[in-house]
Design a protein around this ligand. Structure first.
Ligand SMILES: C[S@@+](CC[C@H](N)C(=O)[O-])C[C@H]1O[C@@H](n2cnc3c(N)ncnc32)[C@H](O)[C@@H]1O
Length: 232
């Protein structure tokens, strides 16, 4: 096995990989988290359907090559992983939700490996690019997250991260719903994330407004794509 990369001096903990073979529905584990419970119809949700245009924005701005290894943080059912996989050697789709990853496994991509673990539990190899869509706002300590990404990248490796610009908490619902969904940030101010990324060792950081999410509450919530490159 490759050497483990442990971010921030944490102890390395190897958590089990999911089987790449689809599990029969009858043996699927019982839902444990919001995302486990939402997994089966995740791709058909109105919000997920709007996110379907995110990969083309990301692919237009970030170079991927045939020998590249990519990490998709908070991969869910594979919105980014499945779009990137045909362009690279391998995608590791990392998520804490077994059932989101089970849906991704059932899509049958030979060069996507699902990995059920917390991002802070250590990673098994280094990557050329870390991508993510709508997962940052579920992590309380984004400074530590960006350090973990830096520690998982090859020299000069890239980040391409999509999330919400600052909002008032209404995107996911009321206070209880935000808590139930594990929402840690009501979007982000680009300057704050940029400062954290620079602190973690990234340079050439850029934000672009890639699309708006039209909510059933009648409001539009803008999404950013943040890109950057390891300075060392
Ligand atoms: C809103 S979903 C986005 C899924 C997918 N990227 C998409 O855009 O459809 C956020 C995902 O991040 C995962 N997640 C949240 N915190 C995580 C952590 N600390 N480590 C790994 N995955 C995490 C959740 O389980 C969930 O599947």
């Amino acid at each position: 096995m490759d050497a483990m990369v442990a971010p921030l001096g944490q102890n390395v903990q190897v958590l089990p990989l999911l089987e790449t073979e689809p599990m029969p529905a009858s043996s699927a584990p019982a839902p444990r988290t919001h995302f486990d419970a939402a997994a089966r119809d995740w791709d058909q949700r109105p919000m997920s359907m709007q996110l379907a245009s995110v990969p083309e924005h990301l692919l237009a701005q970030v170079p991927f090559f045939a020998d590249h290894q990519v990490l998709d943080f908070g991969a869910g059912t594979g919105l980014l992983s499945t779009a990137i996989a045909p362009k690279v050697a391998h995608v590791t789709a990392l998520d804490t939700s077994a059932q989101m990853l089970q849906v991704l496994n059932e899509k049958g991509f030979a060069n996507i490996t699902t990995r059920q673990q917390d991002i802070f539990a250590g990673l098994p190899q280094r990557y050329h690019t870390v991508v993510s869509c709508m997962a940052l706002h579920h992590v309380a300590d984004t400074a530590a997250l960006l350090h973990a990404f830096a520690g998982a990248l090859h020299s000069g490796g890239r980040i391409a991260l999509v999330d919400l610009y600052g909002e008032d908490g209404s995107f996911h619902g009321d206070k209880e719903t935000n808590a139930a969904k594990g929402v840690q940030h009501f979007g982000f101010a680009p300057e704050a994330l940029q400062a954290q990324a620079e602190q973690a060792g990234f340079a050439d950081i850029a934000f672009s407004h890639i699309q708006d999410m039209q909510h059933r509450n009648g409001r539009a919530y803008p999404l950013f794509l943040m890109t950057g490159r390891l300075a060392y």
